[in-house]
Design a binder for this molecule. Structure first.
Ligand code: IPE
Ligand code: IPE
Ligand code: MG
Ligand code: MG
Ligand code: MG
Length: 300
């Protein structure tokens, strides 16, 4: 196993263990106990599966500034909770109407639609509780910056706005620029937030934050481009979710616009852009470099 593989595994195991601890009835108790069925739906949507790539980006970006992985755990859990919520809602009948996610029934299939909506709502809310907790970082200013960053990435000008545009795109009429904008929001925004949260934990100077933001924006474009390519080229078994569905639903994608070969070329160029943004950094950014390459090469 390469160093990179073992770091990816360590990240997934650390993220899973921390999510497991955060998503119990006791940990979620507030004015009253968290209902068992809600906790079960949240756990179904958040545990046992997922590549945990957004937490990995937080870990890798923080590592550029010498922050130890264990100091990044609450921020990693927060961004993964938002991601898992976004998938639960993305799969709902009112959105992409999918039955399988991460090799298992989607939350609304395993439970019901109301439970899936509420599990997503609760994961989103508890993400911010992770960041508000002094265990996240001793400096309340840094905690506030992390919250603002995640809110921007997740909100109406970020992921949620992108999901709205994705649904509007099913009606046709999107230019290539519209598709790129929609993807920068629905997928890119959370990837950008993850990288910037790692940089915030590392108290990155302004110029480094700007360079990492350029990296993250290119990596985010690459990530959704690969997802759209895999929707056409990969099996449901490899992906753990239905494939071949974007064309069926009339989704506006760059694969649709550029064709498979054109999209592959564009993906390679986008990875080059991501790598170029890391030029100011030395070996401390090698993890981010390998992650960008992995985004293009992944098969699941
Ligand atoms: C899937 O994200 C949804 C997109 C934004 C394309 P991932 O491919 O990171 O999904 P998991 O978390 O590994 O299941
Ligand atoms: C999902 O994009 C983006 C978010 C969940 C924010 P897709 O709809 O392409 O993701 P998959 O293919 O269902 O994982
Ligand atoms: Mg979708
Ligand atoms: Mg979907
Ligand atoms: Mg997809």
């Amino acid at each position: 196993m390469t160093d990179f593989d073992s770091q990816m595994r360590a990240n997934a195991a650390e993220t899973e263990a921390a999510l497991d601890m955060a998503l119990t009835a006791e940990a979620l108790r507030a004015v009253g106990p968290a209902p068992d069925r809600l906790v079960a739906a949240m756990r179904h949507g958040a545990l046992s599966g997922g590549k945990r790539l957004r937490p990995f980006l937080v870990r890798q970006a923080a590592a550029v500034f010498g922050v130890a992985p264990e100091k990044t755990i609450p921020a990693r859990v927060a961004v993964e909770m938002v991601h898992c919520y976004s998938l639960i809602h993305d799969d709902l009948p009112a959105m992409d109407d999918d039955d399988m996610r991460r090799g298992r029934p989607t939350v609304h299939r395993a439970f019901d639609e109301a439970a899936a909506i509420l599990a997503g709502d609760a994961l989103l809310t508890h993400a911010f509780a992770q960041l508000a907790d002094p265990a996240c970082h001793p400096d309340s200013g840094i905690r506030a910056s992390l919250m603002a960053e995640l809110a921007a990435g997740a909100g109406a000008g970020g992921m949620v706005g992108g999901q709205m545009r994705d649904l509007e795109g099913e009606n046709g009429g999107f230019t290539d620029a519209d598709v790129a904008q929609m993807q920068a929001m629905k997928t890119g925004a959370l990837i950008r937030a993850a990288v910037r949260m790692g940089a915030i934990l590392g108290q990155a100077p302004e110029s480094a934050l700007a360079a990492l933001t350029s990296y993250a924006q290119a990596a985010g474009r690459a990530f959704q481009l690969a997802d759209d390519l895999l929707d056409v080229t990969a099996s449901a078994q490899a992906m753990g979710k239905a494939t071949g569905k974007d064309a069926g639903r009339g989704k506006a994608t760059l694969v649709n616009a550029l064709g498979i070969d054109g999209a592959r070329d564009h993906l390679a160029a986008t990875i080059d852009t991501a790598l170029a943004a890391l030029e100011p950094f030395g070996h401390s950014a090698d993890g981010l470099r390998q992650t960008a390459r992995y985004f293009a090469e992944r098969t699941s």
